[in-house]
Design a protein around this ligand. Structure first.
Ligand code: PLP
Length: 308
């Protein structure tokens, strides 16, 4: 599914035409993976277009850059305004938003510190990430033979471009094996996450999700879902999850900006529970969609784009 161009992309403070949003081939990011980015959604809620948890996404972007000693040459407020402007200038009702910070053109060695820190913001239309029926029917997954990076190799709390080489291997292996997504383990063999999603399991009405130290990206949908589940009265445990728990779970689901809350119906061809959308997954989906579709927001999670 090729991306559908829109009119403008924000680059280093200027709106440029989509086709002109280019960088030099010797930019540091191309050679050494030095970028930090976000995936954010703007939803067409019943109350108007609204960005979901923009403040938390910006916080993670600045944290990701800081880990790599990259100083973003804009304030959070400036990038927030730039994101709003990019949506408005392209007249988007709903879209995916991709702010990206990257080491640009200058020096060509591994040392990044002499290269500029550049920033761009693109928006585009976004469909269902894991297939049209994924949210209701669930998806088939496998446990990947690739593990997530060990803690002292690549920091997974940073949403860094380079981390997605690992994600690509997980995704390719899954797709070639006939699965929609792979579940990666951490270096110790505990469950970590999908190539682009966090994972939750339900057993006897309690909910479990791997902690940060299991080499996960701290997902914003993950933290949202933890709030919604606790509000609904469930106990949510952030604990190491051993692989065999995937076999005996009553329900499993992925969370992510792209995947939203996607049920997992099988792991390595073994059905999860009865293989159907489970009641707790369904309940948390409903609570989530009540915010992002109906616009019922009691927690200031939505930033309205046009009618603020
Ligand atoms: C590796 C990885 N884990 C988890 C997530 C889910 O994070 P979020 O809910 O913030 O989109 C993503 C998506 O950004 C991801 O790429």
């Amino acid at each position: 599914m090729a991306v559908k161009p829109v009119d403008k992309i924000w680059m280093n403070g200027k709106m440029v035409k989509w086709a002109d949003a280019n960088i030099h081939i010797l930019s540091h990011v191309i050679h050494y993976g030095s970028s930090w980015f976000e995936g954010i959604r703007c939803y067409a809620t019943k109350k108007g277009s609204a960005i979901f948890r923009l403040d938390k996404h910006l916080e993670r972007l600045y944290d990701s850059a800081k880990i790599y000693h990259a100083e973003i040459p804009y304030t959070k407020k400036q990038l927030e305004d730039a994101i709003l402007e990019t949506i408005r200038v392209n007249n988007m009702k709903s879209c995916y938003i991709r702010p990206i910070v990257y080491r640009g053109y200058g020096d060509v060695g591994v040392n990044p510190l002499n290269n500029p820190v550049d920033v761009a913001i693109a928006v585009w239309e976004w469909g269902k990430y894991l297939g049209a029926e994924a949210l209701t029917q669930g998806i088939d997954t496998c446990v990947s033979s690739w593990t997530r990076p060990a803690p002292n190799t690549l920091p997974t709390i940073a949403k860094a471009g380079g981390n997605y080489l690992n994600a690509q291997l997980i995704k390719i292996e899954a797709l070639k094996g006939g699965f929609a997504e792979g579940i990666a383990l951490d270096v110790h063999g505990y469950v970590s996450e999908g190539s682009g999603e966090n994972i939750f399991m339900v057993k006897n009405n309690d909910v479990y999700t791997p902690p940060f130290v299991s080499s996960i990206l701290p997902g914003i949908t993950r933290s949202t879902v933890m709030v919604l589940l606790r509000e609904a009265g469930y106990r949510v445990h952030e604990v190491m999850v051993s692989r065999e728990m995937l076999s005996i779970a009553d329900e499993l689901f992925f969370t992510g900006t792209a995947a939203e809350i996607t049920p997992i119906r099988s792991v390595d061809r073994q059905p999860v529970g009865d293989g159907k959308l489970g009641p707790i997954t369904k309940e948390v989906q409903q609570r989530f969609f009540d915010v992002v579709r109906n616009g019922n927001d009691s927690k200031n999670w939505l930033k309205f784009v046009y009618n603020d």
